[in-house]
Design a protein around this ligand. Structure first.
Ligand SMILES: [Zn+2]
Ligand SMILES: [Zn+2]
Length: 248
């Protein structure tokens, strides 16, 4: 039996310098619980160092945490990347860290990059500046993600900056993607007509929350059997009745 799972697949933690320090596992999970959100994706900029803590903390909630990351390609396009498990995500993180410029973060200028444990204690800070384009193109990123069995979803494509459409003006032919994300500022209908997106592409809306109050923008429902990576993939591909419904 398929059930509609309210999902928000793009949430930042306090590891992202631009996110509020309140974005720790306990607060994120309590807010998701309050909103009735059953599936969340943790997608920090170019790092997944807080994913395990949110996953661990989620064991006490009826909420599934999908390991994710918001990667910035060489073209300065933000791309969401998801993997089935933490192990593969950490391998992916090695790839991203290997392609990040060796620049140190300046917390005073850009914000702290806090690493937290499952109990939301701050255990350290990431030194490398995470808000940077990595030296891999969207095409290279998508190929690598697919080779590793992951999913790729270009982020907030309706935004003028840091989006695939904003940077390139088009979706490169042959680019392997599973779905496209639009921001909470536009409806599915508007986005499809404004950007000429055919029904072949699955659209999702995520909150891209950098602070707790932004998690109220939960609009995507995944009609799936169970809340897991493979079911979500099927929903993106509209396989076996699985589907994505956006509540405008
Ligand atoms: Zn972004
Ligand atoms: Zn984001």
């Amino acid at each position: 039996m398929l059930k509609p799972y309210p999902a928000d697949l793009h949430i930042h933690t306090c590891l992202s310098p631009c996110a509020d320090e309140e974005m720790n596992p306990a607060n994120i999970l309590n807010m998701a619980k309050l909103m009735g959100t059953k599936i969340i994706g943790i997608c920090d900029h170019n790092s997944a160092k807080n994913v395990s803590s949110v996953q661990e903390a989620a064991k006490h909630y009826d909420i599934t945490v999908i390991p994710g990351m918001e990667v910035e390609s060489a073209e300065e396009a933000h791309l969401l990347v998801f993997f089935e498990d933490l192990k593969t995500m950490m391998k992916w993180q090695d790839y991203v860290y290997g392609h990040l410029p060796l620049r140190k973060n300046n917390p005073k200028l850009f914000g702290k990059q806090q690493i937290v444990d499952k109990d939301s204690n701050v255990t350290g800070e990431e030194d490398l500046m995470l808000i940077s384009a990595i030296s891999a193109t969207a095409g290279e990123i998508s190929q690598k993600v697919f080779d590793m069995g992951g999913m790729l979803v270009p982020a907030h494509i309706d935004r003028k900056s840091y989006s695939l459409l904003g940077q390139l003006g088009f979706i490169p032919e042959g680019l392997k993607i599973n779905a496209l994300e639009i921001s909470r500022n536009i409806s599915e209908k508007e986005a499809r007509s404004k950007f000429g997106i055919s029904d072949d592409y699955c659209l999702i809306i995520s909150s891209d929350a950098h602070r707790l109050r932004e998690m109220v923008f939960q609009k995507t429902f995944l009609y799936i059997k169970e809340p897991n990576f493979f079911e979500i993939k099927k929903a993106f591909e509209a396989l076996e009745g699985r589907r994505v419904v956006i509540k405008d």
